[in-house]
Design a binder for this molecule. Structure first.
Ligand code: GFB
Length: 311
């Protein structure tokens, strides 16, 4: 299958977020028209606004990077927000896309859709084979519903709509708020601030033993454009980097990137979350895409970007 982006009007939903921003940058190199709309123009949780805006704008394709996202603490403590807002955004966009005959729709999920104790690396077909990780089951349920919406429109109406499941992401434009961020920006910030203040230790949540696979948002954006052009199918596709580290190893690498060695203190009152979630990305590799950036390079670039924006 090959979908030619030339002359197409592509709406990047969620362009102000880390992933949406990366997709917009990536589409700059394509011969297409990129459509964006901030919350001031269309509030994606409001059905009538989405319906009216889409009828007026008529995109040919949608890359759906809009979502309520957050790290382990935010997910664990605000289940209503993560479940309801994501379901609203998804339902509104899918319905309006169908009403306006959108040709291609790429829905973005998350690796937390898989069972807590899924086989590793996690193949796509382990979806719905076991209980979810409790700290993020609300977000996971909303994302599973999104996969099913894409599949339902394909099954009932023959829509050529697809889903991609990225692993843990990082990059420019990430959320650095310690109460709601993911681990990678949190640790960049903690080491940076410890260095500035000369604090001898940095506190990490949990035990430091969970394993996480990290992918740079620019690599994800490249994979998404690749899938939009080259993949048509009922099944969702995993997008990972193959780079897996423990949280302790991540902290040690971040210490090198920031240039500050500190004692690592582990706060065991905070949750570890799922023990491991390494994606099996062989489907994507067989289709012809591979990620290029190393974690160290990606961290260096991300840290430099954050410093530049916060100097
Ligand atoms: O990135 P993170 O918040 O989310 O946490 P998940 C990953 C691991 O890092 C957990 C540990 O074991 C945390 O306990 N960690 C250590 C920290 N120090 C910190 C810290 O200062 N801040 C944070 N945030 N973590 C999320 C899901 O799970 O991953 C979402 O909640 C989503 O639904 C996302 O799927 C990709 O990887 O555990």
């Amino acid at each position: 299958m090959s979908y030619d982006l030339s002359g197409k009007r592509i709406w990047v939903a969620g362009h102000r977020g880390m992933v949406g921003g990366a997709v917009v940058r990536r589409l700059d190199g394509e011969d297409c028209e990129v459509i964006t709309a901030g919350r001031d123009v269309v509030d994606l949780t409001q059905q009538a606004q989405v319906r009216d805006w889409m009828a007026e704008t008529r995109p040919d394709a949608i890359i759906m990077a809009a979502a309520k996202v957050g790290g382990i603490l935010a997910n664990d403590t605000r289940p209503v927000d993560f479940l309801i807002q994501n379901m609203q955004i998804e339902t509104n966009i899918f319905e309006a896309a169908h009403a306006n005959d959108v040709e291609r729709f790429l829905f973005l999920g998350s690796s937390c859709i898989y069972p807590k104790l899924a086989p590793q690396p996690i193949p796509e077909d382990s979806l719905l084979t076991g209980p979810l990780e409790p700290t993020n089951e609300w977000y996971a349920i909303a994302k599973i519903a999104g996969i099913k919406m894409a599949q339902a429109y394909r099954k009932q109406y023959g829509r050529d709509w697809i889903s991609a499941m990225p692993t843990n992401l990082y990059g420019p434009g990430d959320n650095y708020d310690l109460a709601s961020s993911h681990v990678l920006p949190a640790l960049l910030r903690k080491f940076h601030e410890a260095k500035a203040a000369g604090t001898p230790s940095v506190t990490l949540w949990g035990t430091g033993t969970p394993l996480r696979e990290f992918l740079h948002a620019d690599d994800l954006a490249d994979a998404l454009v690749f899938l939009l052009k080259n993949y048509s199918g009922y099944d969702h596709v995993n997008v990972g980097s193959g780079t897996e580290v423990t949280i302790r190893e991540l902290a040690e690498t971040i210490a090198q990137v920031v240039g500050y060695e500190a004692e690592l203190v582990f706060d065991s009152t905070r949750p570890d979350g799922t023990p491991r979630k390494l994606m099996d990305s062989s489907t994507l590799h067989k289709l012809g895409w591979n990620s290029a950036r190393s974690l160290k390079d990606g961290l260096t670039h991300t840290y430099a970007d954050w410093i530049a924006k916060n100097a």
